[in-house]
Each structure stands twice: as C-alpha cells, then as structure tokens.
Design a protein around this ligand. Structure first.
Ligand code: NAD
Ligand code: DAU
Length: 378
C-alpha cells in the first residue's frame, strides 16, 4: 500500500532513525520530514537518505498551522508521526515558555491541521493515523525502594544488561495517573491530553506511545550518554548530578524506531503503549560502564578516567527513578528490544569516537551553515 507520511522532528535524534527506517524499509511510501531545525535538528544525521526518491525535507515550524495544513493537503498526507519537541529537561527548567509553545501549541497546531485536512475528504478518517510520540516522564517519578537492586519480575530475550536489576517494586504502566514534575514533562503531558481529546471529541484516529530514555548515535551532546562519552575522550570533568543514584531505563534508539514502525502499522487506534527494554541503571553505574568502554576503545587502561567523575549540584526536581513496563507492547505486537545494553553502549561509544567531526560540528555551530547550504540547494 502506498502512504504519504509526515514525520515531524525527523532531523533530531530519534526522528532521524525513524526517517531512515521508513525511507529504506518502505520504498513505496513518501516520507516528508517536517523540521524547524532548532539547535537539536541536524540534517547531517540523514545524509544517507537525503537523495532517496521517496524522501522530502521541509523546513517548517509545527506551530505554523497554515503551513502544516497546506503541506498536508499538497502531499495528501494520510499519516503523521509526531516527534518534534523541545526535549531536554535542563533547558526546560531555564526556559519553560519555549517548551509550552513547541510541545503544547505545536502539537495542537498539528492536530487541528490533521482534523481539518482529513475531515474535508470524502473518506474522512478512514485509513488515517496521527501517532504522537511521548515520554515516560509524564508518569512522574518512581521510588527507589530497593537501592541495592532486586531480581526484576520481567525477562526478555535481549533487553537487559548482564547485571540487570530492578530498583523498586513499581513500574510505569499505561493506566497510571499522569504526575509530571519538570516543565518538559508537564508540556509533554499536556500534549498527550490534547491528542486524546482530539480522539474523544472529533474521532481523530490517534495513538500515543510513552518511551523510556533512548541512547545511540546522533543524540545531541547535552544528554548524559553523548556528553559523557565526549568528555571522557577529551578528559573533561563528568558532572554527575547529586550522588548519581537516580535510575533511568535505557533503550537503544533503533529499537525505539522499530517499535514505532510496529505501532504505526498495527497498534490499535486510541490506545497507549509504553515502550521500554526493562533495563534500569543507576546513573553512576552507567557512567562507570561508559568510562570502562571508552577507555578500552581508546587503548587506555580501563577505569583510569574514573577520576573525571565530579559530583555537582542536583537537577531541580530531579526524578528519582523511571522504569517502564512494556508488557502490553510485547504481548500485543510481539516487539522486543534487539540488543543487550553492553552491546548497545559499545556500538554507541564507537560511533561517537569514530564520528568526531559530527561531534565537533554540533558543538561548534558549523552544522547551522550545513543547513543553510542544504536548504539553499533545494
Ligand atoms: P531532539 O531534541 O533530538 O530532536 C527534536 C527535533 O524536533 C529536532 O530536529 C528539532 O529541530 C525539531 N523541532 C523542535 N521544535 C520544532 C518545531 N517547533 N517545529 C518543527 N520541528 C521542531 O529530540 P529526541 O530526543 O529525538 O526526541 C524526539 C521525541 O521523542 C520528542 O517528542 C521527545 O519528547 C520524545 N522522547 C524522547 C526520548 C529520549 O530519550 N530522547 C525518550 C522518550 C520520548
Ligand atoms: O525518560 C525519557 C526522557 O529521557 C526523554 O523524554 C527526554 O527527552 C530525554 O532527554 C531523557 O530525559 P533525562 O532527563 O532522563 O535525560 P538526561 O540525559 O538529561 O539525563 C539522564 C540522567 O543523567 C538524569 O538522571 C540526569 C543525569 N545527568 C544528566 C546530565 C546531562 C547527570 O547526572 N549529569 C548530566 O550532565
């Protein structure tokens, strides 16, 4: 079947992996990457697909309602996969307005454009889908009831690290009440509510997913894993918030993209699916794993860069623990993560070490020039 799909935020970290998967896997689909190219958007992430005949890049702000509506009509869009967002918690603490504008108003603008566009067609919502990508942070924070870790109640073929543990008894399930704490997660929660309201009020065919922390190639180096890999390489201090006791549940970005593919095609309308690999890690343990991995890959003695660890003032409102229960997704759609964490971290560290030019470009601003040149050529 032929489909015309807008992927918003396709030049960002997760979006670029989703665009690549869809462009390569579905040559009959037309994939339109709609991205404003904020500091986090980088067309260099998509060099390998930019000349494919089924791919188009459009530089646009999701808040530009008329622009989005015109594009949807022009491209006869029947699917939207919405990833565009302001995504970094620390930035949201400094500048909450931008997060409300993009994450809430931008999502509303896309919803209203989809509604108007699809309602005007003879077949209306038949065969259409609005897929909203959200985060586990909307559920708030879980407690660290087992600081030393316990045997987890779940097992999957390939998800967890070799020493996998759970750090509490509770997990995020789809029916949990929303309790966001940061301006970022509050804005994402609000956008999730708008998506569900458009289904309940107008019948828009929506689906929402809430995923745990992603890691992998092409993540902007303000986030823990790429920032620390780069700092270890350059022997810069590693700023660990608080005591490094906070727990995150990590998923390789390509596995998230695979889940998005499965849910876009087979997920049930109006449903919510949690996405995660049952892979909880304390920040300090992950940091030590990163140090050992990068030291080994650089031919240093493993662990010699432990001395870079620097405990700093904690993040305001720092959520203690995230842990996703993705049983529903695994049971209904048969999705499972493909990698063990240690394998994924090795791949990721290798990628950043092998792509120092990418890192230099995103940290010195040259990539903005790349966009301008690219855009001028189109
Ligand atoms: P990112 O910050 O790397 O990329 C965001 C992309 O959105 C960029 O390309 C940026 O240019 C674009 N964008 C921002 N504002 C825009 C606007 N107004 N109009 C059009 N484009 C705009 O983000 P990411 O980490 O790839 O996250 C993508 C989505 O997945 C977000 O919705 C985020 O909430 C969600 N998510 C992320 C994670 C994670 O661990 N990174 C986990 C779960 C969910
Ligand atoms: O859970 C999903 C979320 O994961 C996504 O919705 C967000 O978009 C994504 O940014 C991520 O949020 P986190 O705040 O968990 O990710 P971050 O990489 O910023 O931080 C991971 C953990 O590491 C967190 O406990 C804070 C800590 N940290 C982070 C940085 C950047 C540090 O200790 N030092 C740091 O310098």
């Amino acid at each position: 079947m032929k489909r015309n799909i807008i992927i918003t935020g396709g030049a960002g970290f997760i979006g670029s992996h989703v665009v690549r998967l869809f462009v390569n896997k579905y040559p009959d689909y037309r994939i339109i990457n709609l991205d404003k190219l904020t500091y986090a958007g980088n067309l260099a992430n998509l060099k390998d697909v930019e000349d494919k005949p089924n791919y188009r890049f459009v530089k646009m702000d999701i808040c530009d309602f008329q622009g989005v509506l015109n594009l949807m009509k022009e491209e006869q869009v029947d699917g939207i996969i919405h990833l565009a967002a302001e995504s970094h918690v620390d930035r949201s603490i400094k500048d909450p307005f931008t997060f409300a504008q993009t994450n809430v108003m931008g999502t509303l603008s896309l919803l209203q454009a989809a509604k108007l566009c699809w309602e005007s067609l003879p077949e209306k919502y038949h065969g259409k889908r609005f897929y909203h990508i959200s985060t586990d942070e909307v559920y708030g924070a879980l407690e660290l009831t087992h600081p030393a870790g316990i045997q987890p109640p779940f097992s999957t073929k390939a998800s967890s690290g070799k020493n996998h543990l759970a750090y509490g008894d509770k997990f995020f399930t789809e029916d949990l009440k929303y309790q966001p704490h940061s301006p970022y997660s509050a804005a994402k929660a609000s956008s999730d509510h708008f998506v569900r309201a458009f289904h309940d009020t107008y019948g828009l065919p929506t689906v929402v997913t809430n995923c745990s922390n992603n890691y992998g190639p092409c993540q902007f180096p303000e986030k823990l894993i790429p920032l620390f890999i780069n700092n270890i390489r350059h022997r810069k201090p590693l700023p660990v918030y608080g005591r490094g006791e906070n727990v995150r549940d990590w998923l390789y970005v390509v596995d998230h993209a695979r889940a998005i593919d499965a849910i876009f095609h087979q997920g049930r309308i109006a449903e919510t699916y949690n996405i995660g690999g049952f892979n909880e890690w304390k920040n300090i343990d992950i940091i030590r794993l990163l140090i050992r991995t990068v030291d080994r890959l650089l031919g240093r003695s493993e662990g010699e860069d432990d001395r870079l660890i620097t405990f700093v003032t904690d993040r305001a409102g720092h959520d203690m623990r995230y842990a996703i229960d993705s049983t529903k997704l695994q049971r209904e759609l048969g999705w499972e993560p493909s990698l063990q964490f240690e394998e994924g971290i090795e791949l990721t560290a290798r990628w950043y070490l092998d792509n120092q030019q990418w890192m230099d470009n995103v940290t010195n601003g040259d990539y903005l020039k790349y966009y301008e040149d690219m855009y001028a050529r189109r």
